[in-house]
Design a protein around this ligand. Structure first.
Ligand SMILES: [Zn+2]
Length: 107
């Protein structure tokens, strides 16, 4: 299978969000141990892949790549460095954001 950059294709409207899901499923179903990891095959960074694994849609992650990642926890308002870990994406009032895994506000 060929390498692609799924989020760039999505951001450029070369694929629809539905097609992006289908491409993802196709690669997940068909890659073998001989292929590079799916993250690499589909052009994701580690944190993009992590965000998707925690349920953020590709459209949201594509937008973060284009416009910048959230840098505040939507629960407590304190800083989140998305290149470090300790966060997960959650939907809050219809919009995706990042929150601390161990947020002082809910501890
Ligand atoms: Zn927090």
């Amino acid at each position: 299978m060929e390498k692609r950059d799924l989020l760039d294709e999505l951001n450029a409207n070369r694929v629809t969000p539905e097609e992006a899901e289908q491409i993802y499923d196709l690669y997940m179903d068909n890659l073998t141990a001989a292929d590079p990891p799916v993250v690499e095959m589909l052009g994701f960074s580690k944190k993009e892949w992590t965000a998707h694994a925690h349920g953020a849609p590709f459209t949201v992650i594509g937008e973060w790549r284009k416009c910048g990642w959230p840098d505040r926890c939507f629960l407590c308002g304190q800083r989140i460095v998305s290149d470090d870990y300790g966060w997960f994406p959650r939907e809050d009032e219809g919009k995706y954001g990042l929150r601390h895994i161990a947020c002082p506000k809910v501890a």
